[in-house]
Design a protein around this ligand. Structure first.
Ligand code: HEC
Length: 160
């Protein structure tokens, strides 16, 4: 066996042996949801706050003072009177939002995508609570690499 191959096998064993908690798994699944749901277009890639331009400016989720429940409700139901869309499938029409009885249509003012199941929203909130909320606005290179899953991603190369 060549050294390189041996090293690769050994590395594989190390990774396979690294224990992951259920919450970490959820959080990895949540990162996928974050990436696919367009949150980053308003809130910035790392949830550090969006600069506006093409998309509405979304505030920093790293610095939010909301707790888990409030974050979940905001993502599920959107925030009335603002550009924050609702993401829960059946929000307003099958699930109560902001204490309003279910109704035939979401309120006209709400922008809604309604693209996510409750399980995907839970995973997304786990990701935010473990990796984003309360974290420094300054994203480290290591976080960047794990975000993109690529040690050579151009965005991360410039970081310390
Ligand atoms: C079209 C732009 C847009 C998209 C897409 C978007 N948001 Fe927002 N979001 C906003 C805006 C704007 C606000 C602030 C609303 C206000 O003014 O109170 C906000 C607020 C929030 C808040 C409350 C923050 C606080 O501290 O009050 C959370 C949490 C949040 N968004 C999460 C998400 C997540 C997660 C996604 C993706 C599933 C997402 N947003 C997608 C624009 C967006």
């Amino acid at each position: 066996m060549t050294h390189a191959l041996f090293a690769a096998v050994l590395l594989g064993l190390v990774f396979a042996a690294t224990p992951t908690t259920a919450q970490e798994d959820q959080s990895a699944a949540g990162l996928q949801v974050w990436r696919l749901s367009g949150c980053a277009s308003c809130h910035g890639t790392f949830g550090q706050g969006g600069g506006g331009g093409e998309q509405p400016e979304g505030p920093s989720l790293r610095r939010t003072i909301l707790d888990r429940d409030a974050i979940k409700e905001t993502i599920s139901c959107g925030r009335p009177g603002t550009k924050m869309p609702f993401f829960l499938k059946g929000a307003y029409t099958a699930a109560r939002c902001w204490g309003i009885e279910v109704q035939e249509e979401p309120p006209a003012e709400m922008i809604g995508l309604g693209s996510l199941t409750p399980a995907r929203i839970d995973a997304l909130v786990d990701y935010l609570m473990t990796r984003v909320v309360g974290k420094n606005d300054e994203v480290t290179k290591q976080e960047c690499i794990s975000y993109f899953g690529n040690p050579n991603h151009p965005t991360c190369n410039a970081m310390k």
